[in-house]
Design a binder for this molecule. Structure first.
Ligand code: PRP
Length: 176
């Protein structure tokens, strides 16, 4: 893998996350039961930064899913690996993702929380690869649209490397 080349700087991310937190705090000002659900592993940094900048009551949950398929190709089928711990019935759920690629994961999660009778289900993602979309899925709070490049940092990995970079960088995977 090549060294990461900065695509979105730390300052740009921090500014955007602050703006998203302000928007979310305003939109949920009247909701006292907002649950932020971070999708492991990639969302852990966005969830930490975003949740600490909200000015409204909120609780935190995590969920883990995995896509069937090998390597970077998703088959579109999503498997629940770890469910949230708390009961989300009647609560306002905000799903927090690092990246929306094909959209299958987010679509699955929206359906899951709707079937658990959440009061509402909305979505937040730091980046989206719009040209890779395979399903129509709404991202209510989006950080950045990016091209079809392999990105790392701010939670995103390549073979588990570079998740903790403070910026989003582009890498070129090795041919193997
Ligand atoms: C990434 C990301 C999303 C999913 C998006 O997770 O965090 O959950 O892929 O892809 P999709 O839109 O094509 O469904 P990944 O499987 O890389 O796991 P990780 O977060 O543990 O790295």
């Amino acid at each position: 893998m090549s060294s990461p080349v900065v695509l979105i700087s730390e300052e740009e991310i921090q500014t955007r996350v602050r703006d998203l937190a302000a928007q979310i705090s305003s939109d949920y000002a009247d909701a006292d039961d907002l649950v932020l659900v971070g999708v492991l592993k990639g969302a852990f940094i966005l969830l930490a930064d975003l949740s600490r900048q909200l000015t409204i009551p909120r609780t935190i949950e995590f969920i883990a899913v995995s896509s069937y398929g090998s390597g970077s190709r998703s088959s579109g089928a999503v498997r629940l690996v770890m469910d949230v711990r708390g009961n989300i019935e009647g609560k306002h759920v905000l799903i927090v993702e690092d990246i929306v690629d094909t959209g299958h994961t987010l679509k699955y999660l929206i359906g899951l929380f709707e079937s658990h009778r959440a009061a509402s289900v909305k979505t937040c993602a730091l980046v989206r690869k719009a040209e890779r979309a395979e399903v129509d899925v709404e991202v209510d709070y989006l950080g950045f649209d990016i091209g079809d490049e392999w990105v790392v940092g701010y939670g995103l990995d390549y073979a588990e490397q570079n998740r903790t970079l403070p910026y989003i960088g582009v890498v070129t995977p090795d041919d193997d």
